[in-house]
Unconditional design. Sequence first.
Length: 289
Amino acid sequence: MAIEDYNSKQKPTWCPGCGNYAIWMSIKAALDELGIPPHKVLIVYGIGCSGNMFNNINVYGWHALHGRALPVAIGAKLANKDLTVIAVAGDGDGLGEGMGHFIHALRGNVDITYLIHENKVFGLTAGQSAPTSMKGFVSKSTPEGVIEDPTNAVSLALTAGGEFVARGYAGKPEQLKNLIKQGIQHKGFSFVDILQPCIAFNKVNTYQYYNDRVYDLQAENHQAEDFDKAFIKAEEWGAKIPTGLFYQAEGGTREDNLIKESDEKDNLTFEHKVEKRNLERIIKNYSTN
């Protein structure tokens, strides 16, 4: 395997300097270092600038509806447990329309990896505020400033029962690559929040803003098995912003629970045979003249 094996024939069209480039490279590098061949990977995308990555990685891809990347990714993993399944969404997509799916995906703990691009703005639709926009943020949709507190995806994931919760930064691609690798290797639902500057529409949360604030939890010997300390760190945002692995635990995945239930009841099978259907008969029965 080589990282070039994950390149498609299409070149990215993001703004020069966009944080999406680093995320794109980090995903490919993580897959390459794990030795997962392209035909064993499915990436499900939401709508937005992050979803345009669909064109730029040579793996199986699915462009879901706005906010609906997770149901598709979970369904694919339950249907084919041998696939490495990754879901990619923006913060407007994943924490706006997709908020309910996010909570229940954390509860269900299906073995997929979820990457949210947190640029704190709707980029593709030209600069409206997002659920993660900071209080007071002035945008096209909030000309007098955002009045709500921002959604904290990391603390939310912990509260909802997440067993792998991390945060990366597009300006630290080596750390980000390693977090994505760890997420893929973790057995269960893995969440990586990614601070991703939008150079076009967010003039507050810039590369300089993050470079002055971010620090690596693991460099400070943070113990990722300690939930209470993880939550305290998740609430830290200001002069210092933590990145890295906040929390990791090993619980039963949804797939494990389905197999266990199958064994106990002796009348269910996780890998069931799909009945072949006569498509011509179905089309004839349900078509109208």
